[in-house]
Design a protein around this ligand. Structure first.
Ligand code: 4AD
Ligand code: MG
Length: 477
């Protein structure tokens, strides 16, 4: 007999009598009530064991974390809080779980503790909800692009180019411990060891995506990217996933429209299809808020916040306007910004970004037309000769969620910008070819997937929204 899932059994539309289910024991109460979870839903199903007719040895092995196979009858439940339950006919222990050593006990564990047990943390409600939402978000993203005529392309993970020109890359090397490559001084040198070439893990698939946009029209990538910056914040990872659409014949304004429509659609999809997990996480946040001082509590509930983003236009503000706002504001009555914005041309610190979205505009903000010298080489120079057609989308509680731009499509201007930054034309000959043969206005953006998952789940540390976080301190598992 094929197994059922908890989700199927709890669904109101389906009526089963004899059922067969496999899962993990969450709790076992009074030698009688097994709360069984199989990951298909947040909810457990209650399975009632006939302890008088079950041998003592088996009863002892029904412990938190054990894998079991249950056959029985699905009946209406007499108990509170559940519509149905299983009257167990047979219970087979598939895998024991030693209660003395099993780390995930039925109590509240700190997220720090669970991070150290990342291989087991999806056995808790919070992490299973987060990871189900992460999966649903990926699917919603692919669905959006597929519905809008985009092709999904795979860009290389090992690459010779530094797409962002920021030099924050991990080198790739063919480890040959017996015959390590040596430099002139006889020192081990792995830098050119991708079969004699220098390569790194990609920081972004954008440049390769541009090549396909210039033939297939509308494309996107969704893959892992790597940054070697030593940032130990709750919003940075060394390995994160990025969604990067790239579209031919699209200018910056069109790029903003696309990003806004895309994010709203994905959030609507999640609200429609993942209510259970969202409500659970919302309640978790409400409980967490109660432990905080009044000022630090959130002014909106999780689902309300998602609806707010869907229902309101993102505020579009130029960098220059934003600097004026920041110059004329104080973050609160007494304090000034830690990092003062005095001059046009300085990059915004996250405290400025947060002020703009959380205090000033109180909604997602698209900042555009940044000074050229603080942005990447490939961005389209404006007629003022000072600013580029860049856009960053800032979200409350998150800060920068999206970075994008209209790309420089003019060969000579691009060459000049590369020369100024000492980027070798030979390394990017293929990228320059796009400007030689049938060049056209085109644009795209990169959305940090984990930052989106943070926003949707209300989790406050990026390490808690990716299965196995890689940070400067941690690459275990
Ligand atoms: O702003 P970034 O660096 O832009 C790019 O890489 C462009 N090539 C994208 C494009 O136009 N196709 O990164 C894009 C987004 C950021 O806005 C942020 O959400 C996320 O990626 N991001 C990170 N997320 C987690 N950890 C990090 N270290 C991140 N660095 C960037
Ligand atoms: Mg950026």
């Amino acid at each position: 007999m094929t197994s059922h899932t908890v989700s199927e059994l709890l669904s109101k539309d389906i009526v089963f009598s004899e059922v067969n289910i496999k899962g993990w024991v969450r709790t076992f109460r009074a030698n009688r009530f097994v709360a069984l979870n199989d990951g298909s839903t947040l909810h457990n199903i209650q399975c009632v064991v006939d302890f008088e007719n079950t041998d003592e040895a088996t009863l002892k092995r029904i412990t938190t974390g054990a894998a079991v196979h249950i056959e029985g009858d699905l009946v209406e439940s007499q108990g509170k809080g559940q519509r149905v339950e299983i009257i167990v006919k047979t219970i087979q222990i598939l895998g024991d779980s030693d209660p003395e050593t099993y780390p995930i006990q039925p109590k509240k564990h700190s997220f720090e503790f669970l991070r150290e047990n990342a291989h087991l943390r999806t056995r808790t409600n919070t992490f299973s909800a987060v990871m189900r939402l992460r999966s649903a978000l990926s699917f919603a993203i692919h669905k959006y692009f597929n519905d809008h005529g985009f092709y999904y392309m795979h860009t290389p993970i090992i690459t010779g180019s530094d797409a962002e020109g920021a030099g924050e890359m991990f080198k790739v090397s063919k480890l040959d411990a017996k015959n390590p490559p040596l430099d002139e001084k006889g020192v081990v040198d792995y830098s050119k060891d991708f079969f004699g070439k220098e390569t790194n893990l990609t920081v972004s698939g954008q440049l390769e995506a541009e090549t396909y946009a210039m033939s297939l029209g509308k494309v996107y990538t969704f893959g892992p990217t790597f940054r070697a910056e030593n940032s130990n914040t709750s919003r940075h990872l060394s390995e994160f996933w990025m969604i990067e659409p790239e579209v031919a014949f699209l200018d910056l304004a069109g790029n903003m429209d696309l990003a806004e429509d895309f994010m709203k659609s994905v959030l609507s999809d999640i609200l429609k299809n993942n209510r259970d997990d969202l409500e659970f996480l919302e309640n978790r946040l409400i409980e967490e808020d109660k432990t905080k001082p009044q000022l630090e509590r959130s002014d909106m509930r999780l689902i309300e916040k998602l609806n707010f983003v869907i229902d309101n236009n993102f505020k579009r503000v130029s960098y220059t306007e934003a600097i004026d706002i920041l110059r004329n504001s104080k973050p609160n009555k007494k304090k000034k910004f830690k990092y003062l914005i005095n001059e046009w041309g300085t990059d915004l610190q996250s405290e400025h970004e947060r002020f703009l979205v959380e205090k000033h505009f109180k909604c997602p903000v698209i900042l555009f037309d940044y000074p050229a010298h603080i942005k990447a080489f490939y961005m389209r120079l404006n007629d003022d000769g000072k600013t580029v057609r860049a856009m960053d989308i800032l979200f409350p509680g998150i800060g920068e969620m999206v970075g994008g731009s209209q790309r420089e499509e003019r060969l000579e201007v691009l060459k000049q910008k590369m020369a100024a930054l000492q980027i070798d034309e030979k390394e990017l000959w293929w990228y320059l070819d796009l400007r030689k043969y049938g060049t056209a206005v085109h644009s795209g953006f990169g959305l940090g997937f984990e930052r989106l998952v943070m926003f949707v789940t209300g989790m406050s540390n990026i390490r808690d929204v990716i299965p196995f976080p890689r940070t400067p301190q941690n690459a275990e598992f």
